[in-house]
Design a protein around this ligand. Structure first.
Ligand code: S6P
Ligand code: ZN
Length: 189
């Protein structure tokens, strides 16, 4: 059995760090092509390449039965009416599900089926878990005024497929309308 040190992961919500994990940063420039209002995106980028989110992971060897942890910290902000969000991905091993645990802040998960036709906006709240089924694209969205912090638990074999999303993007966007988050089709009829 692993030593006690390897069985317990302590995390710090303010810094977004899990002890022993590597902190990765995603800036506005890493999200090119993701936001619907490209003029607003370019304008925001000119003002500075803002830090949008960090991810700190504890990864185990990708063998059957192992689980990975990732602490996400997504800052508040908007591009036009669209909230700051993660890149979003499918798992490379499509059947891999994931559990998100809300730790701080206000936000939601945008979930889409592989063909993008079925979509759901699921609140991600502090002290609540969201189950992300397999074969589902998932993107985190900060709809509040403070950092959204969450822990993802997923099979070590899951992997990340960003290419499929980079190519087709999410078919839905999460924007503020009359002060509230709503999910709309990306392409307006
Ligand atoms: C991993 C899990 C999360 C995301 C994190 C960042 O499977 O879903 O830890 O990696 O929310 O999002 P993204 O789309 O940039 O990986
Ligand atoms: Zn995932």
């Amino acid at each position: 059995m692993d030593s006690l040190m390897n069985l317990i992961s302590t995390f710090d919500l303010a810094s977004g760090r899990i002890a022993g994990g590597a902190l990765e940063e995603r800036h506005l420039s890493d999200l090119r092509g993701r936001f619907v209002d490209s003029a607003a995106y370019e304008q925001a980028l000119q003002a500075g390449d803002a830090l949008v989110y960090t991810v700190c992971g504890v990864e185990r060897p990708p063998s059957e039965g192992q689980l990975n942890l990732a602490l996400g910290r997504l800052f508040p902000g908007k591009i036009g009416d669209e909230y700051f969000m993660t890149k979003g991905h499918f798992h490379a091993w499509r059947p891999a599900a994931e559990v998100y645990l809300g730790l701080a802040g206000e936000g939601c998960l945008l979930l889409e089926s592989e063909d993008g036709r079925a979509a759901q906006l699921v609140p991600l709240r502090t002290n609540a878990a969201v189950y992300v089924p397999g074969n589902t694209a998932h993107r985190t969205v900060n709809t509040g005024a403070v950092p959204l912090v969450y822990l993802g638990v997923y099979p070590a074999q899951a992997g990340h497929d960003y290419a499929a999303i980079a190519e087709r993007n999410f078919r839905h966007v999460v924007v503020e309308q009359t002060g509230r988050p709503v999910m709309l089709p990306r392409e307006q009829p």
